[in-house]
Ligand binder design. Sequence first.
Ligand code: PEP
Length: 251
Amino acid sequence: MSGAKKLVVGNWKLQGSRSANAELLQGLLAADLSASAPRADVAVCPPFVYLAEVVSALQGSAIAVGSQDVSAQGQGAFTGEVSAAMVRELGARYAIVGHSERRSYHGESDQLVADKAKAALSHGLVPIVCVGETLAERESGETEAVVGRQLQAVIDTLGADLARVVVAYEPVWAIGTGKTASPEQAQAVHAFLRARLTAAQADAARVPLLYGGSVKPDNAAELFAQSDIDGGLIGGASLKAADFAAIARAA
Ligand code: PEP
């Protein structure tokens, strides 16, 4: 999708407090990203409990809000779950689904992740579907098989709605480790994902493909310069307003 605006999304994970969030948001608002980073669409994904407050703090700004997960269920006896309709009602635009931390710590299957993406879409949220291989999988030459399998569940489940998602390639070995995939490594996987999406549906060639995994101000520009990298999903560096703003400016 070269030429289009990049999408830069912050994943706060299980971090924050009302006061820490207020300080972070103040820093982001002061950075005036619509003027200083005009080539980036920007969103932040706080924990569920802060969604309403963050949406309200960002009202009138160009920064959108997303959740870090969403239930595949609509409503009912599913204690602890949060539905897509609830997240949407609070004013969020995006929902991350299938983050590797949820796949590994919560046993989320490829099909559950695809069902979550479907639930998000059916309530007006844009799912950011994460895929990625572990270090062992990369070293045994299985990267394409793994991300291809993860993506296929989404292709099969969403059908004609496939073009409405965002996909984030996040190699598990690069998340929170300080090890970034090289721009060439990331580009190769993105090109593979683009080809799979396009083969499934011509319209899906336009699906934004984000890279995630230790993106920092000093490596963002090189990653974003790759032809199939349409933005980034940013963990650690999204908790510092100056770093997150610098990454958005690198778009
Ligand atoms: C993430 O949590 O999605 C992520 C990419 O984290 P980090 O940027 O800290 O590696």
